[in-house]
Design a protein. Structure first.
Length: 124
């Protein structure tokens, strides 16, 4: 015995199936859909100003670190192989998706390669 479905019930079933398909395809929220974890940091005389030693984010977070400096400074985020050159008075943003978990040094590449900060990426 079959049950006849009216137009509104049929439409509701189609919408339910489509919503389920979208939910499956989209999966968990992506980093692009989340707001970025933003940090503003300053390098003075080759050292990080302030009392920050470590910044912490979670895996798959979008991260934006805006750097300013009192002189030309090259910064390198190890583990992600991201390098940013900051000129005095011209802030630069280091943007990336935190895919790898762990503790990663960010250091200046000015001949002394000094660690200025650590990035910790924790699992979700």
């Amino acid at each position: 015995m079959s049950v006849r479905v009216g137009p509104s019930a049929w439409l509701m079933r189609v919408i339910a199936i489509m919503c389920g398909t979208v939910a499956v395809l989209s999966g968990p929220r992506t980093a692009a859909a989340q707001s970025a974890q933003r940090f503003e940091l300053r390098i003075e005389q080759g050292r990080l100003a302030g009392n920050v030693k470590t910044i912490r984010v979670r895996r798959n977070d979008a991260v934006e670190i805006t750097w300013s400096a009192d002189r030309l400074t090259v910064l390198h985020l190890h583990g992600y192989d991201i390098e940013t050159t900051v000129e005095a008075g011209q802030p630069q943003t280091m943007s990336f998706l935190a895919r790898a978990t762990g503790r990663f040094p960010i250091e200046t590449h000015d001949g002394q390669d000094t660690v200025v900060l650590y990035l910790e990426v924790h699992p979700r």
